[in-house]
Design a protein around this ligand. Structure first.
Ligand code: PLP
Length: 227
């Protein structure tokens, strides 16, 4: 079932689009199956889940952090992950920089934009994205590689289109600034129900969970949906 879902989705994605399998609540065995089915990048929301899956899958996949990162988890996160998609404050960027410097690692990051300007959602407000990126560009052990957004959740993915379009606009604006140490290459938008719309609006990373793994059951491992 998983294998079929993966090959169907991969055949649908245009060249140059990267698929991140959003693995929250999935077992290491399921993550393993996804990787052997051809998924190259695993997205993890929780450090503990990532550690467990990493024990089994290791460097057979790349690992993207897509959850809300707490400062006290950064040290573990920078060892484990190949990219952090959810940088949304100077404080967290500074901690990533510090922990990466200690292990001589350069961390590619995406800045998360709260494109719906929703209270309680993580991500930086659209109008402050440029300022944050200018600030981060001074850090030696971080490289900003693009933007990520969730957008508000709707039943109808068409309703998410303006938020994806808005994020793409910010992406292009910042790209046009040609800031040093910033390489605007990736735009991570779209989930199972919205990735087609996100692709039309310029996403080149899509983060997909339930369409690959099947419906999520929330049990002991995670009590909060999404993050
Ligand atoms: C869970 C999650 C996804 C994938 O959600 P699905 O609806 O299962 O495809 C994508 N991005 C983030 C940040 C997530 O937490």
């Amino acid at each position: 079932m998983i294998k079929q879902n993966v090959s169907q989705l991969l055949s649908e994605l245009p060249d140059g689009v990267q698929l991140v399998a959003a693995a929250k609540t999935r077992t290491p065995a399921e993550v393993c199956t996804i990787v052997s089915a051809g998924v190259k990048i695993i997205g993890e929301n929780y450090i503990q889940e990532a550690e467990r899956a990493y024990e089994v899958v290791g460097s057979n996949a790349k690992w993207h952090f897509i959850g809300h990162l707490q400062k006290n988890k950064v040290k573990k996160a920078v060892r484990l992950f190949d990219m952090i998609e959810t940088v949304d404050s100077i404080k967290i960027a500074r901690q990533i920089d510090k922990c990466c410097a200690q292990i001589d690692k350069m961390m590619p990051v995406l800045v998360e934009v709260n494109s719906g300007c929703e209270k309680q959602k993580s991500g930086i407000l659209p109008e402050t994205a440029e300022e944050l990126i200018r600030y981060i560009s001074a850090f030696k052990s971080i490289r900003v590689m693009g933007l990520m957004t969730m957008g508000p959740h709707f039943g109808n993915p068409e309703n998410a289109r303006p938020y994806f379009a808005k994020t793409k606009k910010i992406f292009e604006h910042i790209k046009g600034l040609n800031l040093s140490n910033v390489q605007m290459k990736y735009l991570s938008m779209g989930m199972s129900n919205s990735y087609r719309v996100a692709l039309e609006e310029g996403a080149n990373i899509v983060r997909i969970g339930s369409k690959l793994f099947g419906k999520r059951e929330y049990g002991a491992t995670a009590t909060t949906p999404i993050r």
